[in-house]
Each structure stands twice: as C-alpha cells, then as structure tokens.
Design a protein around this ligand. Structure first.
Ligand SMILES: [Zn+2]
Length: 252
C-alpha cells in the first residue's frame, strides 16, 4: 500500500474521522472561550452600553505621543468623549498624556503593564501583578484606580479572570472592531466601523502601538477618526465615555 492509499484508508476510518472531529470541536471551543473577545465562558464581558443615542469609542495601547494627542484634539473638535485602555509602561513614560485624557473628560481603563503576548500562558499571580502595577501607576497620576480591564487582544484565560475578579475589575470587550492594527487605510477603517455600527456599541480602535508592534503606525486611525465622528453625528449619535455609560462607572 503506498502512502496516499494508507492516508486515504486512515482518514476514512470511523475512529480517525471521529477523533479528528473531536479535535476540531475542542479547538473551536478553545477558540470561542479564550480567543473570542466577546465570549462569556471564561468571564462575563461588556460589549455594549444601554444607550440608543450614543456609542462608546475606545482606544487601546496608548498613551502614545503623536497619536493620543491628535485623537484628543479630534474628539474635542467634535465634542465627543471616549475611553482609553492604557498600557502601564506607556503610562509611566507619558504621564502628561494621561493627565490630559482625564482633564478632557475621557475615561481610563487598564490594559496590562506591558501587553506581553505570552501572558496567556501565565498564572494568576502574573495577572494580579500586571493589573496592580498598572492601576497603581494610573492612581498615582489621576488619583483614581480603574475598574475596567481590557485583555490584550481580547484573549481571556481562567487565571486572568480570577485576577480580574480579585481586583474588583470588569472586562470590557467590543461589538465593533476597527481592525486598525493591520496596516489598513483610513478609508477601510472608516468603512469597517461605520458599516457595522449600531447605537449602544462599544468600538475598539488603537491610539498606540503595543510593544510587539513598535515599527507600525496608527496614522490611519487618526485620519479615519474625523469621518467616523462626522458619520456618527449624521446618524444622531455621539460617543460617550464608559464612566458615564456604565452603571457603576469606570473607577474603583
Ligand atoms: Zn492592546
């Protein structure tokens, strides 16, 4: 029997096909519970706000000079408010941007200390440290510790969820993702966001570069934002911050 025939016989065998089916179902379950940001299996997540006159724009991975300040300028020009999920190492480097975010009426959330992509393999003590260091850095600057957490890439794991619960924090996910970390054009970002957008949606965009993407740019996000806000206004919608949008607010 040659290799092709052997392979064909094997893949037709009921135990083999059943096993492959189980593996596929297992992989799908893991994908859904851990990797899908909107899944409630590992922990409850918030993806929308209860408003029919507003959405909640959110920006991740900042604060970053050159992007965050321009996003703040544009939001001010359009009289809209947003929420910023900040990385602790960036917070330490750019405290003046953190002060400006809160001074201009936006909300702040915790997006880990260093956004390490290997974090999903770590245990509860790692996540407690990531959360506590970031919240302490933010409280040092703003006087308030955040109660909202956004997981890097939206990936949730049981040890991370235990740390979030112990820290009295809540997961914030999104219903609309701009996919603006993929080096797509501002026109595409605008189309992705506005074609899906419904009242009450939490939208995720990026005003910063996580440590693994230092060579990329969020220029297209900044350029897309005025048109997104113009279309929001056309639909009689505004953007509000999550401190105002959520019962219980955004802080401890
Ligand atoms: Zn991120």
């Amino acid at each position: 029997m040659n290799m092709n025939m052997a392979g064909e016989v094997l893949t037709r065998h009921p135990f083999v096909t059943g096993g492959l089916g189980l593996c596929a179902a297992g992989a799908a379950a893991i994908w859904y519970s851990v990797l899908y940001s909107g899944s409630h299996i590992v922990a409850p997540v918030i993806k929308t706000i209860e408003r029919n006159d507003a959405v909640a724009l959110t920006f991740d991975d900042g604060p970053t000079p050159g992007y965050t300040d321009r996003v703040l300028d544009i939001l001010r020009q359009h009289n809209c408010h947003a929420s910023f999920f900040l990385i602790g190492t960036q917070v330490r480097q750019y405290p003046e941007l953190v002060r400006r975010i809160t001074a201009e009426g936006h909300a702040i959330g915790n997006h880990t200390w260093d956004h390490d992509h290997h974090g999903v393999w770590h245990g509860e003590s790692y996540w407690l440290d990531q959360l506590q260091r970031t919240s302490a850095a933010l409280a040092d600057i703003t006087g308030r510790a955040p109660a909202l957490f956004r997981a890097p890439m939206g990936f949730k794991t049981p040890p991370q969820a235990r740390a979030v619960r112990k820290g009295s924090m809540r997961y914030i996910a999104w219903r609309v993702r701009a996919w603006d970390t993929l080096n797509i054009s501002s026109r595409t970002i605008c189309r992705i966001v506005t074609s899906q957008l419904r009242p009450g949606d939490i939208v995720t965009m990026h005003d910063g570069l996580e440590p693994a993407r230092k060579m990329c740019s969020q220029e297209a996000t900044v350029q897309a934002l005025p048109e997104i806000l113009r279309i929001l206004k056309q639909r009689n919608l505004t953007s509000i911050n999550l401190d105002k949008a959520l019962p219980g607010g955004a802080y401890q």
